[in-house]
Design a protein around this ligand. Structure first.
Ligand SMILES: Cc1ncc(C[n+]2csc(CCOP(=O)(O)OP(=O)(O)O)c2C)c(N)n1
Length: 563
């Protein structure tokens, strides 16, 4: 069958099982947009390309499928770069399709030409410029294969306009293989034996779970391990939801804004099982003093993540789920013979005592609504079943601390890059995937202004996304650092000049609510969550509330500032 490049591209997306494309048109992708109505995808028209890429990323995080983003060349392509880097840092599978000027003009500083392949080389898993229509189908096949396999990540395909117009025979390549790319998914048997022995010997074992647990779908296997061997669990920001947040073995997140119990447990553990986590500096604090008494087992599908930040005693290159299944097989026979509940009783009691002595805490009372209380109320009203997206800053940390995530893929947050403006479009992507679920973006008044234009996307697509603004009239997290480490010099962090968010919502055709008193919090949140429209709920909170515990940058995890 003879097809144009644009038709071949869209046929390939169909074959890859794509349901939704998030995009924004322009000259270089006109041929693709011309064909789009003939194909069975939903196209979501964003209002800014950064919105499109974050929405594709949010869709990918919420579903586990590849998110797809289609934009034009030049400024359309460069507008996606922050979103691409966001997905890259958090290992999220997205395929970005960018238009490019015709091949004959490449390198000529043509109108709307940028070298997007060059620009995104350091922040994509791989990228391609298609110069021959005969390579198009196979390139798209590879792009999806790379995005979703091994350590997932963003893959960009740059598509010159003339290639989209040319005609050739469409052949779908059934198989895909790349000679230099063979991710190792299965753990080495000898290493599993070693880990199993270490676990049986350990007196104070701790599981430190990361995003790899979520992307590999390993939650059930992780629960099995923790519960059958009585091992307490902590997680990174990316790992939240990987283990139920209401389980007695759950310690909460660790690191800079982690719980007292999790940070003390890391400091005291004699065995740390790091599963799909990468020892980020926000987690380790002063790395030389991280888990000083522990033997480290590190499981990661990406070999370059292992031995990068800490010295690991048992490195295991494997998919987290495959690792946990193999470990379970090797441990099952000894479960009856060893009473792990007795063996770890003292240790489990110790970590639970830490949790009781210093739970997540904030000072109640005073004239203002406390932002932590708002998150607690969102948890209560949604019964822990919502998909929560966040912006970046204090709002993000309070969401991570006070919403007890029970299931994977229910927390969408920019961890590695910390991208303000991420949460709202990501929530739109999640709501597209799950139109009937409650999707809430917990936002700061600063961050929400970075991609507020996507309110039109939400309204146009009848998406009932809720934005709860924890409105402290500051760039709160930066103000907190200024308060603690820069003599309260609040240089350029006051956000007093701000729009009327209620009117802004209404101007877009969404619903707007404002909450200034605690007595109205519950009823107004309930009313807003029940409206079928997108809504902004502007909650005026304590302007100078801080996130605690806090480990100052460069300190060890035991040097926590508590409330
Ligand atoms: C795109 C971008 N620019 C700057 C920053 C630096 N930054 C981190 S947190 C923060 C403050 C966020 O303020 P707001 O959205 O109001 O949230 P709050 O901390 O008050 O909850 C800033 C400016 C960032 N993370 N991302």
């Amino acid at each position: 069958m003879e097809l144009t490049g644009a038709q071949i591209l869209l046929e390939c997306l169909k074959k890859e099982g794509v349901d939704v494309v998030f995009g924004f048109p322009g000259g270089a992708v006109l041929d693709i947009y011309h064909e789009l109505p003939n194909f069975p995808f939903k196209h979501v028209l964003a209002r800014h390309e950064q919105g499109a890429i974050h929405a594709a990323d949010g869709y990918a995080r919420a579903t586990g499928d590849v998110g797809v983003c289609l934009v034009t060349s030049g400024p359309g392509a460069t507008n996606t770069v922050t979103g691409i880097a966001t997905a890259y840092m958090d290992s999220i599978p997205v395929v970005i399709l960018t238009g490019q000027v015709p091949t004959a003009l490449i390198g000529n500083d043509a109108f709307q030409e940028v070298d997007i392949v060059g620009i995104t080389r350091p922040c994509t898993k791989h990228n391609y410029l298609v110069k021959d229509i005969n390579n198009l189908a196979y390139t798209i096949r590879q792009a999806f294969y790379l995005a979703r396999s091994g350590r997932p990540g963003p893959v960009l395909v740059d598509l010159p306009k003339d290639i989209m117009q040319q005609i050739t025979e469409f052949k779908w390549p059934e198989d895909v293989s790349l000679r230099s790319y063979n991710p190792n998914l299965n753990p080495h048997y000898g290493q599993i034996k070693k880990v199993s022995k270490l676990i049986r010997k350990a007196e104070r074992p701790l599981i430190y779970a990361g995003g790899g647990v979520i992307s590999s779908g390993a939650q059930e296997d992780l629960i099995w391990l923790a519960k059958n061997l009585d091992i307490p669990v902590t997680a990174t920001l990316m790992g939240l939801g990987g283990f139920p947040g209401d389980d007695p073995l759950w310690l909460g997140m660790l690191g800079m804004h982690g719980t007292y119990a999790a940070n003390m447990a890391v400091n005291t553990a004699d065995l740390v099982l790091a599963i799909g986590a990468r020892f980020d500096d926000r987690v380790t604090g002063k790395v030389s003093e991280f888990a000083p008494n522990a033997t480290f087992v590190h499981v990661d599908v990406d070999p370059t993540s292992i031995q990068k930040n800490v010295h690991v005693h048992v490195p295991i290159v494997a998919d987290c789920k495959s690792f946990l299944m193999a470990l379970r097989e090797s441990l099952e026979p000894v479960i009856g013979a060893t009473d792990f509940e007795v063996a770890h009783a003292g240790w489990v009691k110790q970590v639970q005592d830490w949790s009781t002595a210093h739970p997540l805490h904030y000072n109640k009372g005073g004239e203002y609504i406390k932002p932590q209380h708002v998150v607690e109320k969102i948890y209560e009203i949604s019964k822990g079943e919502a998909i929560i997206a966040t912006e970046v800053g204090q709002n993000q940390m309070w969401a991570a601390q006070f919403y007890k995530f029970k299931k994977p893929k229910s927390f969408l947050s920019s961890g590695g890059l910390g991208t303000m403006g991420y949460g709202f479009p990501a929530a739109i992507g999640a709501q597209i995937a799950y139109p009937d679920r409650l999707v809430v973006n917990i936002a700061g008044d600063g961050s929400i202004q970075m991609n507020i234009q996507e309110m039109m996307t939400a309204v146009a697509n009848n998406l009932p996304v809720k934005i709860v603004i924890l409105n402290n009239r500051y760039l709160g997290m930066v103000r907190q650092w200024q308060e603690l480490f820069y003599d309260r010099n609040y240089s350029e962090t006051c956000m007093d000049a701000q729009p009327d968010f209620v009117k802004l919502a209404e101007a877009y055709g969404a619903a707007g609510f404002r909450i200034t008193e605690e007595k109205d919090l519950e009823s107004t949140l309930k009313e807003a969550f029940a409206t079928p429209k997108p809504a902004i709920i502007d909650v005026i909170v304590d302007p100078e509330e801080n996130v605690y515990p806090m480990v100052p940058a460069g300190c060890s995890l035991t040097e926590m500032l508590l409330v």
